[in-house]
Write a protein that binds this ligand. Structure first.
Ligand code: AMP
Ligand code: ZN
Length: 474
């Protein structure tokens, strides 16, 4: 397959270090809040890559960290710890927050058919290995102690800016200037490996270290967790484009300084999901979650289709209208596929030819949109039997994972039958629920929300389930 490599800025033939095996590392979530649908775009596209590599016959080891310590509100190492901020917001402990949002994250992933990575490792479980690597970096002259913290000396590495393709001056524009410069740093781009001092509130979680009681910086976790599970040579490292600098740039600097050789060959970055205000981010107050999409009646897999329809290296603009288009396309696809007969012979030659077509499309820098075009071609192909179409779709589903064959024939009578059975005094509730359903169908979410609020005010709580909307009287 071919992949665009951020490191070389070219589309290259993908060749793993070891024949038939792929070691892949993907930066995981910072679990201080729900993932927003922008984060989930990145995870969907990484999942498609993971699945495509497996589909192509590779034995993939995919590792993901969980950032539960060290990620500060400013990527320039000078802000407050995000986890502590989350814990204060919710009057809980950092570990309670971490556990809650980790579970919420994987619940979202499950709804989006994102495969669970082979290894999931929280940063707090690897403190000893961080300390060992930092000690070695100090010994080798790549790190120094200043003002109680340990810093990585970026002037010691040869091509620190290789991944970004920018120089130090260009990047100053991107660095937030609402935080004061850390005077302990020898060079502006130096970063913290271990904190014992911060001007912010004391950390809840701290560990003993040769440099005093403290906690690790954010970048060291991904280098160490990757090396722990993937060894000294990594094939693919993924993340969103905002990770290129400083996070991945710093990962390369410290990993290669520690190892003494090249660490990762291919760097794959997913472009952002933007809304009308720009990049979607958790710190911007209100943000869109998968739960919010679901509360508006959107099937998570329609969001997966929305993402797969665009190329991962192009920014994707979110609007309710474009999402509604993807949802309509999704429902139509399900309907067409559900109507395919299951009986009949599968044409093996046609299956192989369509498989080839899909590999060619998606194998060119993960062109999932072309893969979906191939899917439509299958449905349109009059020379194929229904059974062959189903077989090709099942094959494509290994990568697309859109739940296309899970659709059942609609049973519209069921809900109506349930409605007839409601007691007389609840008829008004059922009527309002029906009105809300119609409002949602017409995308009149304001009316739908107003009905929910009205019911709640009158002591009725409603929950949307697969079998329709259920209500309980308080
Ligand atoms: P975080 O939980 O903030 O550490 O981010 C998790 C992942 O989501 C990282 O790989 C980020 O690069 C990525 N990410 C953050 N914001 C966006 C966005 N608006 N669109 C796509 N990916 C994003
Ligand atoms: Zn990372």
């Amino acid at each position: 397959m071919k992949l665009y490599n951020t490191l070389t800025k070219q589309i290259e033939e993908f060749v793993p270090n070891e024949e038939g095996k792929v070691k892949m590392y993907t930066c995981g979530p910072t679990v201080y809040h729900f993932a927003h649908i922008g984060n989930l775009r990145t995870y969907i596209m990484e999942d498609a890559l993971d699945r495509f590599l497996r589909y192509s016959g590779y034995d993939v080891t995919r590792v993901m960290n969980i950032t539960d310590v060290g990620h500060l509100t400013s990527d320039a190492d000078t802000g407050e710890d995000k986890m502590l901020k989350g814990a204060k917001r919710e009057h809980k402990t950092v570990m309670e927050i971490a556990e809650f949002y980790k579970q919420a994250f994987f619940a979202d992933c499950a709804k989006l058919n994102i495969r669970t990575p082979d290894v999931i490792e929280p940063a707090t479980a690897c403190i000893d290995s961080f300390i060992a690597v930092i000690e070695s970096l100090i010994e080798k002259g790549y790190a120094y102690l200043a003002g109680g913290n340990v810093y990585f000396d970026t002037s010691k590495v040869r091509d620190y800016y290789a991944l970004t393709g920018h120089n130090a001056d260009d990047l100053k524009i991107g660095v937030r200037d609402d935080v004061s410069e850390d005077e302990n740093k020898r060079n502006k781009s130096d970063f913290v490996l271990w904190f014992t001092k911060s001007k912010f509130d004391s950390q809840e979680l701290k560990w003993d270290s040769p440099w005093g009681v403290g906690y690790p910086g954010w970048h060291i976790e991904c280098s160490c967790i990757s090396m722990k599970h993937c060894g000294e040579r990594l094939d693919i490292h993924c993340g969103g484009v905002d990770n290129i600098f400083p996070h991945h740039t710093n990962e390369i600097a410290q990993s290669e300084a520690y190892l003494g050789h090249k660490w990762c060959n291919y760097w794959v970055h997913v472009q952002h999901l933007n809304d009308e205000r720009g990049k979607m981010s958790k710190s911007s107050g209100e943000f869109l979650t998968l739960a919010l999409l679901e509360s508006k009646g959107v099937n998570p897999l329609a969001y997966r289709l929305f993402c797969l329809q665009s190329h991962y290296r192009k920014p994707l603009v979110f609007s309710w209208e474009t999402l509604a288009n993807a949802e309509a396309a999704y429902n139509k696809l399900i309907k067409r596929i559900t109507n395919l007969k299951t009986e009949g012979e599968v044409d093996a030659a046609a299956l192989a030819a369509y498989r080839e077509k899909f590999i060619e499309a998606v194998g060119f820098d993960m062109n999932t949109a072309q893969g979906i075009t191939a899917l439509y071609d299958v449905l349109k192909d009059k020379s194929l039997s229904d059974a062959t179409k189903r077989a090709v779709i099942a094959d494509y589903e290994n990568v697309l994972a859109l739940g296309l064959l899970a659709g059942k024939k609609e049973e519209p009578k069921k809900e109506e039958a349930a409605e007839i059975a409601v007691p007389e005094e609840d008829k008004w509730i059922v009527e309002l629920i029906a009105e809300r359903k119609a409002a949602k169908k017409a995308k009149d979410f304001a009316r739908a929300d107003a009905i929910r609020a009205e019911l709640l005010e009158k002591g009725v709580t409603i929950v949307d389930t697969r079998e329709g909307t259920k209500y309980t009287k308080n």
